[in-house]
Design a protein around this ligand. Structure first.
Ligand SMILES: [Zn+2]
Ligand SMILES: [Zn+2]
Length: 271
């Protein structure tokens, strides 16, 4: 047990990959057994999304070097909002306030990706999945991965976020993202309670509905409070009323072809 614990402490990135991989595979298998009529179709759909891991991972790992450099710099210079707050050395400020502020930054990032047309052309790749399931979590255009990491560098610089809070945030954020894309929804009563604070699968499914104004609501990453504050919150929709995808890109043949999906933002720009 001690050996496993020390492995997870000394190898945070590989232990995170094992953790996320385990959660994704488990949820995928449960979805396939409980909800899927055709394993073949589900596997084909998953395969398209899995290719995005290979384009995102190098970008993510390369950009992480710069995130960590900013972390080290702000620590040595005591730079950033979190350092000027009262009780800045307390665990509450460092971790809890740090986590909440990073979540707010992620909300801003998501709104920007929807509102700036050039960025939306890349973010719509995530929305173009016509069959939302746990594999949709990794469906992200590599250019969006680059933009997301650039934003993260800005947030870390402004806040002075430590490596510890980033690790905490990364862990909770990834688990929240995986679960919010699962085909399983909470019962309306449970959703009403959990969604008071957190983004649930029910709320994120509405964000993946194919047309406005639903696409422009429930931007939250882990916490739903930002959507409530900024009036972008939309409560649960019945499963029968939700159509996944994005109205401008509903071609199933294109959306299930990795190379064609990668080209979508560039084709759109030249048109
Ligand atoms: Zn979105
Ligand atoms: Zn999503």
């Amino acid at each position: 047990m001690l050996l496993i614990k020390s492995y997870f402490i000394t190898n945070p990135s590989s232990s995170q990959v094992i953790l996320y991989g385990g959660i994704i595979v488990s949820l995928w298998l449960i979805e396939a057994v409980v909800l899927t009529s055709s394993w073949k179709d589900k596997w084909k759909h998953t395969l398209t999304n899995m290719f995005f891991i290979f384009t995102a991972l190098p970008v993510q790992l390369f950009m992480t070097i710069f995130v960590l450099m900013i972390c080290v710099w702000s620590l040595s210079h005591h730079w950033g909002l979190l350092y000027v707050l009262p009780y800045s050395n307390s665990i509450f400020v460092k971790y809890i306030i740090g986590f909440v502020l990073l979540d707010f930054c992620e909300y801003i990032y998501h709104v920007v990706m929807h509102k700036v047309k050039t960025l939306w052309n890349f973010h719509l790749i995530h929305h173009s999945d016509l069959d939302l399931d746990v594999s949709t979590t990794v469906r992200e255009h590599p250019v969006e991965t680059f933009v997301r990491m650039c934003f993260l560098i800005i947030w870390v610089f402004l806040l002075g976020a430590s490596f510890g809070v980033l690790l905490l945030r990364q862990t909770i954020q990834t688990i929240a993202n995986i679960t919010s894309h699962t085909q399983f929804k909470l019962s309306p009563k449970v959703n009403d309670i959990v969604s008071l604070v957190f983004i649930t699968p029910n709320l994120h499914h509405v964000h993946h509905h194919y047309e406005l104004p639903y696409t422009d609501c429930n931007y939250g990453d882990v916490l739903s409070i930002w959507d409530r504050i900024f009036k972008t919150y939309y409560n649960d929709m019945p499963k029968s009323e939700i159509t996944f995808g994005i109205d401008t890109h509903m071609d199933k043949q294109i959306n299930s072809n990795f190379i064609k999906v990668l080209k979508i933002p560039f084709a759109k720009r030249s048109s």
